[in-house]
Design a protein around this ligand. Structure first.
Ligand SMILES: *Cc1c(COP(=O)(O)O)cnc(C)c1O
Length: 321
């Protein structure tokens, strides 16, 4: 095992909050740069992966099985961490239109074994893989797609605490937190933090794919599952702001408005965002702020990472007028 778990210490903090030059009405916009976390191009998957890594070591596991597209940020981060610790990594991946992206090039570079199957056979394929590894004397560790589950939620409870600590130390308090919401795990962590620390920020997850009620129900379930372990109750189901107005044509879709805002923020604030997650969510945030006529507030946008995806679309971003 490599000894590079210098990131996992509880007192290690990466606040990385800055004010943006980009303006939406007269609100004060801030950004939390999760994309700058110091391993594997950062992002929320790194936060989650570090907790999985601790858990892997606690269980004495010697290989990882996870699920997801080889294009995903999740698989890139898990494959990289596995490689850096000399742990074999198996990725069950639904058969997909073969697109060469920066993430799947990296996943291959890290030597992860990709096992493709039909979407309908994912859970069976995972079972088969886990059983095969066990019967060969391995102790596999399974990670759900996207790092979904209580440990993934836990990662963003910690981030919520970081934000509260930042507020205390800077005197700057946020009224709203916006971020790209996919599986809803990141949002579940932030909402759980809101409950646990008895804070009352409005947390708006801008869905990048899922529609309601499915999307918000998963967030609610994740919050309840997490709080149950702590013996706490989450009562205000209707306070979950998982908004599906900006998913366009679903996962991965975007248009010129998304490209334009990515270009603007890159130029004004020197911050890269991508078309699948952060750029699309930032655009959704702008639309939401306009629609609800939100003015004079302090708003924090969490940049959840995905830098390799920015480079996948660089030519289109350059060409956007
Ligand atoms: C996975 C991902 C998300 C969504 O996170 P969830 O916890 O699944 O909601 C947002 N942004 C980026 C860049 C991601 O890779």
């Amino acid at each position: 095992m490599a000894t590079t778990n210098w990131l996992t210490g509880d007192n290690m903090k990466y606040t990385l909050i800055n004010k943006l030059n980009y303006k939406i009405y007269n609100n004060q916009l801030y950004i939390k740069r999760e994309d700058l976390l110091p391993i594997s191009f950062g992002g929320n998957k790194v936060r989650k992966a570090l907790l999985f890594l601790e858990d892997i070591q606690r269980h004495g596991s010697d290989c990882i099985v996870t699920y997801g597209s080889s294009n995903s940020n999740h698989c890139r981060v898990i494959a990289n961490i596995a490689a850096s610790h000399g742990i074999p990594c198996y990725i069950i991946s639904p058969i997909e239109t073969k697109q060469i992206t920066n993430n799947n090039k990296l996943v291959n570079l890290f030597g992860a074994k990709i096992i493709t199957c039909k979407l309908s056979e994912v859970s069976r394929t995972i079972e088969i893989q886990l059983n095969e590894l066990r019967s060969n004397g391995f102790n596999p560790y399974f990670i759900q797609g996207g790092g979904h589950g209580n440990l993934g939620t836990q990662a963003y409870v910690k981030v919520y605490k970081e934000i509260l600590d930042y507020e205390k130390q800077s005197g700057i308090e946020f009224d709203y937190i916006f971020h790209a919401s996919g599986t809803g795990t990141t949002q579940a962590g932030l909402i759980s933090g809101n409950v646990i620390y008895e804070s009352n920020k409005i947390i708006v997850g801008v869905s990048i794919a899922r529609k309601n009620p499915y999307g918000s129900n998963i967030v609610i379930d994740s919050v309840n599952n997490y709080l149950k372990v702590l013996g706490k109750n989450f009562v205000n189901d209707n306070e979950v702001e998982f908004i599906d107005d900006y998913v366009l044509n679903g996962y991965g879709s975007y248009d010129s408005r998304v490209l334009k805002i990515i270009k603007d923020v890159l130029i004004k604030d020197s911050i890269p965002m991508d078309t699948t997650y952060t750029g699309k969510a930032f655009w959704g945030m702008q639309e939401y702020i306009k629609k609800h006529r939100i003015t004079g507030k302090r708003i924090l946008f969490i940049h959840t990472g995905g830098t390799p995806l920015f480079f996948d679309k660089l030519e289109e971003i350059i060409d956007e007028l």
